[in-house]
Design a protein around this ligand. Sequence first.
Ligand SMILES: Nc1ncnc2c1ncn2[C@@H]1O[C@H](COP(=O)(O)OP(=O)(O)O)[C@@H](O)[C@H]1O
Ligand SMILES: [Mg+2]
Length: 343
Amino acid sequence: MYHVAILANLKKNAPRRPGQPKDAWADLDSEHTIEALADVLRQTGHRVTFIEANADLPDKLREVRPDICFNIAEGHHGDSREAQVPALLELLQIPYTGSRVLTSAISLNKTVTKRIWKSFGLRTAPFQEFSHPDEPLAPDLNFPLFVKPAREGTGIGVGASSVVRNEHDLRAQAAHVIRTYEQPALVERFLAGRELTVGVIGNPPNQYVFPPIEVSINGDGGIYGFYAKSENVDAFSWRMPTLEPAFLAKLQKLVLDAHNAIGALDVSRVDVRCDEDDVPYLLEINTLPGLSPGFSDLAIAADAIGMGYPWLVTTILNLACQRFGLPAPEPVIPTSEAIQAAK
Ligand SMILES: Nc1ncnc2c1ncn2[C@@H]1O[C@H](COP(=O)(O)OP(=O)(O)O)[C@@H](O)[C@H]1O
Ligand SMILES: [Mg+2]
């Protein structure tokens, strides 16, 4: 068994800046999640050390000398903050779970991700990135539109006011995003239909696409933003919809292709939203999906398929061990029946 270092950025230790928005650092982790991960890993026989992924991390890693890192660190600063820990671990040649440097940088950036998906012919809504609020609007973008920060997560900068119905509101919301979050605003077609989130686990050729979870938000314009993810979690509800087999197969293929297009490893969760005709579009991919037991969408999905949270956590670790040639139990990857049927 291994000495596993859990690397994360805790919400409670996040740097504070004067005037920062109330949703700053919403994507960071709670101690509860770290304890839950550590419990599972310890129960599987590993030795576990938690290390905060801050500027002391290089020194701490040399001191702790883990065999492998369970990485869920989103980082604090920079345009590719989720890629920093993978880069450091590659520099130090320490094995780690999840996606590598390039994929982690791509997936944080929703605009770049969408450009890649588009180049693969994967369905994602028409979009334009605004570095300045007064850029001319592309002719294929018709109102209503949706405005969000290009590289955040967990609903940061997202809510009812992200939906804009005229040019004035578009410019105002884009200016707000650019100024408040100090990054470009991604503007895309507003998708008026239902919302699905779909997990992927495994590595080629053994990948499993979870059954989609349909999420519904009561209030805040039905948007799964900061309000529903952090401020009022009771506004969130979910169900496992019964989907028509052909729709399910196409959706799961779209999600798997989206995961593989950016070279994601071990695990991800892809957010999808349908238009008014129930046609699904890729919104974004989370290569560090939330792992709060019983609460994060992927943990809910693992429970819903009867595999459970300990399976989710140990499988992520065992997949990474397998990739790095560290002896470990064979990861248990279920079969995606709908995908098999579609092949
Ligand atoms: N183009 C869109 N049309 C309608 N709703 C959207 C659109 N983009 C995002 N949303 C809503 O905002 C939420 C958060 O957006 P998302 O791109 O998943 O960012 P993140 O989860 O990283 O904050 C989505 O779950 C969805 O409810
Ligand atoms: Mg999302």
